[in-house]
Design a protein around this ligand. Sequence first.
Ligand SMILES: *[C@@H]1O[C@H](CO)[C@@H](O)[C@H](O)[C@H]1NC(C)=O
Ligand SMILES: *[C@@H]1O[C@H](CO)[C@@H](O)[C@H](O)[C@H]1NC(C)=O
Ligand SMILES: *[C@@H]1O[C@H](CO)[C@@H](O)[C@H](O)[C@H]1NC(C)=O
Ligand SMILES: *[C@@H]1O[C@H](CO)[C@@H](O)[C@H](O)[C@H]1NC(C)=O
Ligand SMILES: *[C@@H]1O[C@H](CO)[C@@H](O)[C@H](O)[C@H]1NC(C)=O
Ligand SMILES: *[C@@H]1O[C@H](CO)[C@@H](O)[C@H](O)[C@H]1NC(C)=O
Ligand SMILES: *[C@@H]1O[C@H](CO)[C@@H](O)[C@H](O)[C@H]1NC(C)=O
Ligand SMILES: *[C@@H]1O[C@H](CO)[C@@H](O)[C@H](O)[C@H]1NC(C)=O
Length: 453
Amino acid sequence: MSSRRSLLVRRRGISWLRNSVLLFIVVFVWLQLNFLSLRNSSDTGQEINDSYAAILSMVPSLLHKFLTPRPFNRSLSNLTIGNLFSKSSLNISEMKYFINRYNKEQTVINENIFGPLQNDSIVIVVQVHDRINYLRHLIVSLAQVTDIAQVLLIFSHDFYDEEINGLVQSIDFCKVIQIFYPFSIQTHPNEFPGEDPKDCPRNMKKELAVARKCKNAMYPDHYGHYREAKFTQTKHHWWWKANRVFNELEIMKNYTGLVVLLEEDHYVAEDFLYVLKKMEQASKDSCRYCNMLSLGNYLKTYNYYSDSRKVEVTPWISSKHNMGMVFNRSTWVEIVGCAEFFCKYDDYNWDWSLQQVSQNCLKHKLHTMVVRAPRVFHIGECGVHHNKSNCLSTAIISKVQQVLKSAKKYLYPSYLTLSYTTVLKKAKLRKGNGGWGDKRDHILCLAMALKYV
Ligand SMILES: *[C@@H]1O[C@H](CO)[C@@H](O)[C@H](O)[C@H]1NC(C)=O
Ligand SMILES: *[C@@H]1O[C@H](CO)[C@@H](O)[C@H](O)[C@H]1NC(C)=O
Ligand SMILES: *[C@@H]1O[C@H](CO)[C@@H](O)[C@H](O)[C@H]1NC(C)=O
Ligand SMILES: *[C@@H]1O[C@H](CO)[C@@H](O)[C@H](O)[C@H]1NC(C)=O
Ligand SMILES: *[C@@H]1O[C@H](CO)[C@@H](O)[C@H](O)[C@H]1NC(C)=O
Ligand SMILES: *[C@@H]1O[C@H](CO)[C@@H](O)[C@H](O)[C@H]1NC(C)=O
Ligand SMILES: *[C@@H]1O[C@H](CO)[C@@H](O)[C@H](O)[C@H]1NC(C)=O
Ligand SMILES: *[C@@H]1O[C@H](CO)[C@@H](O)[C@H](O)[C@H]1NC(C)=O
């Protein structure tokens, strides 16, 4: 009897164990299914279909026009001089002419349709180089954002291209304005800020450079290298754009609302403005010292099911919180007050330079509220300095589409939950990554801001 009972008990024990193991596996698998990741498709064993047709099939047909290359239509820009109309490409002085006109006229496309900019509108600034295929997808993603109609979209270009202009000018879902960085390499091919033939080669030793009397012989960076024009442009452009947007654009004169910074190879979620407004409110209510909001992150996996509403308050770190950054004029005024720290720091990365500003100059160091489940994604597989051949992959675009599709029912959280990180390993800010030792870069950078300090 007793042995029977013990057997029964053991049986029951076993089946209890088996059931809990089963339950555990089910829960585990189910949780796993909610984890999404961009980089490793092999994890899930799923092949991603990133054919053009597959990507197109995920885009509402109304928006296919943004993905379809079309012969550009210069009459849209309404900037024509003489017989340029029929020419297929512009020479440099013509480009400079157009760039000046765009910058002077500050034409706001669709203003008559969407009305004036209000303080509770949102301004989105997109820094654009030449990767039009990514830009097409960014525009498609923006077109699907809830409340996009109230936004002012600013495109800041450092590469003049009629096809890109045509694409931007075909945007019909909100107000749009284009600004052009006037010191680009494209329009200064043989002179600073481009590459002057009299500049010292990157790897020349200083003694030799001095003997040769090349132009910037006295100003290698602290690793002993001379400037490379193409690596300086992004920081210059970033700084110029921010100054331009806050201080020179007429339409921005009275604007005190939020400014979102994006890049041509970003992709946004449809609830990104909704979440942004919630974050703005949360920072007013619960984080008075937050002077930055971040809509992207670099986590490897996402779980919208559990994290859709989670945000974290943390000191701003350049390498973690530089994607989908958002701040307002008062934060910008403090940053630009530290122009020297930004412009003289020997680092060609704008985000590391901003870190320098935060750490060594700002009265209120940068603190950000960052989403746990990203609303801004990075779809550019290769940087600005790319080799065309390896930049054609569309796998990530397809992946982001899939991630957002499966996250769909968890978007638009009705409230946010905050967590706070205060203790950080003492951020070791070393002497910078170099590439920014040339006095001419410091002077140009300061000149962009000096008017306002
Ligand atoms: C990829 O998707 C497209 C459109 O949905 C389909 O026509 C094509 O057959 C798919 N290719 C593969 C390899 O699954
Ligand atoms: C070019 O723009 C004009 C005026 O907006 C329009 O009538 C014409 O159809 C456009 N042409 C093309 C090829 O898009
Ligand atoms: C082009 O500019 C002229 C005057 O400069 C203006 O009357 C006209 O409406 C503009 N056309 C477009 C399509 O913007
Ligand atoms: C550029 O083209 C214009 C004509 O549109 C011409 O007058 C000018 O000389 C050209 N400039 C250069 C540098 O080729
Ligand atoms: C800014 O405000 C001033 C004073 O109220 C007004 O005159 C001006 O038109 C406004 N500018 C813009 C672009 O709204
Ligand atoms: C925004 O708010 C500021 C300060 O309250 C005000 O001076 C400005 O006129 C407002 N601008 C707009 C466009 O409403
Ligand atoms: C701008 O942001 C700061 C936080 O950085 C906040 O204290 C301030 O109220 C904001 N200004 C406006 C006009 O919303
Ligand atoms: C680009 O490609 C060329 C030749 O294919 C190669 O020599 C060069 O190192 C590549 N550059 C980069 C940044 O990968």
